[in-house]
Design a binder for this molecule. Structure first.
Ligand code: ADP
Ligand code: MG
Length: 622
């Protein structure tokens, strides 16, 4: 049998770049192939939990690298799950990896010098073409009646698949090295690379010579294969955690925080968890999905186990191993096992405790908060059970703390005498929220207000009712009672306010001009720097809900607002002073209303204001 198949255009493109690559750290290809071999053995071992009828069932689960400097070849062999001819074609004839695709996109942008950046992407199997003139992948599937086949490619337009006579289960990849890559046929070079990149691979990796001398001893595994998570935390060095993490994820950054947690009650578990520097997987990350690796007595049950963490902790990477899980589990039965629930709640509590500890170190916690804090807000929004534990972990900016992050405990500490609520405001972005007219009164009277402008904030505040016995209150809500005014501020406001009679006249002017656009127009004593603000009429849907609906793009009509005017503001006074037939009266009123809409983030069409603003500009007198 021989079948020739054209590579898809996409792969062709990838191959071209890899073949001509001048990338200096080409050894990453080995990491990719070893990780594929290890994946294949893990799959075999998992199959064996429920199926004894596998080919070659007593073969050692191992990876063997054979160097042959004379022939300039490197061979990598595993006793894993293997592939049939169809699987060879399917798996090696399509680009499955997101890393490879991301690389191609980046390459398209950079043109010629794409090869500089290869190392930042998980290119997968095809990375072998950085060092290979020809690659032969021979595989024999675990299925008892399968036949072996070989996939052959020199990186040209097509690959071929021919039948093979390999009897042993698993996959053997023979790499004919390029002239400038013969270092990868050197015994010590390969040993050193394995040690560096694949030390924690769970299966023994042997490095052997094609023609061993007579006095050559039987090979020993090169890697330590330790299940680091099963060690006592006291015995593990910081450096080991770091390299374990990097080998687990291929993230070139260090984790921000490492949690090595071994427990016997309420459930037995070994776990090694990492908080990465960012939730975006690094370009070269090997982990394609969120979720923890779940082991049962060292056997990998599931690579991406999402049920072990609440959704909002999905940025956590790592391994969980439990002896309490039933033996011979399938992936489906694992999900149904009550042990999973216990593991999840134990791990969740542990992470919360760790974050609480981390929060004592302001610098570290700031880094954490700025990179991943948004997930904790999501936690408040989605997990009512943990709200109490999550709230102290949140950090905020406020009207008085604009630079440093502040906590709720700090806020409460700073509260004025007699203040009994925690005030906050919701806005669309960090800048505009600070200019909100709703803040006037609070600023003037020295009350701190927390500033919320993340999209998740309204969802969060729907679920947060109080902290330390103090209720949260939205300063923009019509029914929020005002805290006491400080004496000076109150007097000042009264002194230069318009007389009631003129103010009544102003209200009439506004009502007749704005008509159906507003629910009502009235006077307020809450404003100082702003001429006007919009508030919801009583009984309207609250601000949080309105924002949530808007965010979810659910169809809803924002309730008509009440326009409140500041009787002390020069613009309002100006409007009072104009004659009722003044040319620009209507224009001014419209603009006051539009400004209020804009600051609330409610203006449907800000550009429509330009004509009016120009009209006002032309009216400026010299
Ligand atoms: P990934 O490992 O991310 O899936 P790769 O490009 O590294 O992507 O490999 C592509 C696919 O080829 C794998 O998903 C797997 O199905 C198959 N494969 C590669 N190497 C082996 C191997 N040694 N044994 C069995 N299957 C393999
Ligand atoms: Mg791979």
């Amino acid at each position: 049998m021989e079948e020739k198949v054209q590579f898809k255009a996409e792969i062709r493109q990838l191959l071209d770049i890899l073949i001509h690559s001048l990338y200096t750290e080409r050894e990453i290809f080995l990491r990719e192939l070893v990780s594929n071999a290890s994946d294949a053995i893990n799959q075999l071992r998992f199959e064996q939990l429920t199926n004894q009828n596998v080919h070659d069932k007593d073969a050692e689960l191992a990876i063997t690298l054979t160097v042959d400097p004379d022939e300039k070849t490197l061979t990598i062999k595993d006793s894993g799950i293997g592939m049939t001819a169809e699987q060879l074609q399917e798996n090696l004839g399509t680009i499955a990896r997101s890393g490879a695709r991301a690389f191609l996109d980046a390459a398209a942008e950079r043109g010629e010098d794409a090869s500089d950046i290869i190392g930042r992407f998980g290119v997968g199997f095809y990375s072998v073409f950085m060092v290979a003139d020809e690659v032969r992948v021979t595989s024999r599937s675990f299925q008892p009646d399968a036949e072996a086949a070989t996939w052959i490619s020199d990186g040209g337009d097509e690959y071929s698949i021919v039948s093979a006579d390999q009897q042993e289960r698993g996959t053997t990849i023979v790499i004919k090295l390029k002239e400038d890559a013969t270092e990868f046929a050197e015994f010590f070079k390969i040993r050193q690379i394995i040690k560096q990149h694949s030390d924690y691979v769970e299966f023994p990796i042997y490095v052997v010579k094609a023609n061993p001398g007579e006095d050559e001893a039987a090979p020993e595994p090169v890697n330590q294969q330790t299940a680091l998570w099963r060690k006592s935390p006291r015995e593990v060095e910081a450096e080991e955690y770091k390299s374990f993490y990097q080998q687990l994820t291929f993230d070139f950054q260090e984790p921000q925080h490492t949690i090595h947690y071994v427990a016997d009650a309420p459930v037995q578990l070994y776990s090694l968890l990492f908080i990465p520097t960012s939730a975006e997987p690094g370009m070269m990350s090997i982990r394609r999905e969120d979720g923890l690796k779940l082991y049962n007595r060292k056997v990998l049950i599931q690579e991406y186990t999402k049920d072990l963490l609440p959704e909002y902790f999905r940025f956590v990477r790592g391994v969980v191993d439990s002896e309490d899980l039933p033996l011979n589990v399938s992936r489906e039965s694992v999900q149904a096992s009550p042990i999973m629930g216990k593991l999840k709640s134990t791990i969740t509590k542990k992470i919360l405790r760790e974050l609480k500890g981390l929060a004592k170190d302001t610098e570290k916690y700031t880094t954490f908060w700025e990179s991943l804090g948004i997930f904790l807000k999501e936690g408040v929004a989605t997990d009512p059970e943990q709200v109490e534990k999550l709230l102290p972990l949140l950090r905020f900016k406020s009207t008085t703390e604009t630079e440093a992050w502040t906590s709720l405990a700090d806020y409460v500490e700073r509260m004025s005498d007699g203040q009994d609520a925690i005030y906050y405001i919701l806005g669309d972005d960090a800048q505009s929220v600070q200019r909100s007219p709703h803040l006037d009164y609070f600023r003037k009277n020295g009350y701190e207000v927390l500033l919320f402008s993340d999209p998740v904030d309204p969802f969060m505040m729907q679920n947060a009712s109080e902290f330390d016995g103090k209720a949260f209150k939205n300063v923009a809500a019509a029914d929020t009672e005002l805290p006491e005014a400080t004496a000076d501020a109150a007097d000042e406001a009264k002194e230069d306010a318009l007389e009631d009679a003129s103010m009544a006249e102003v209200l009439v002017r506004f009502k007749s001009q704005l008509g159906e656009r507003v629910e009502d127009v009235r006077t307020t004593d809450r404003l100082s720097d702003s001429p006007a603000r919009l508030v919801d009429p009583e009984g309207a849907m609250n601000q949080e809900m309105q924002r949530m609906y808007r965010m979810m793009e659910r169809e809803f009509e924002a309730p008509k607002k009440i326009l409140e005017l500041n009787p002390s503001h020069p613009i309002v006074k100006k409007i009072a002073s104009l004659s009722s037939s003044a040319a620009l009266l209507d224009v001014l009123i419209d603009q006051v209303y539009d400004n209020a809409l804009l600051i609330e983030g409610l203006h449907p069409d800000p550009a429509s204001m330009i004509a009016r603003i120009q009209q006002l500009m032309q009216a400026v007198e010299s």
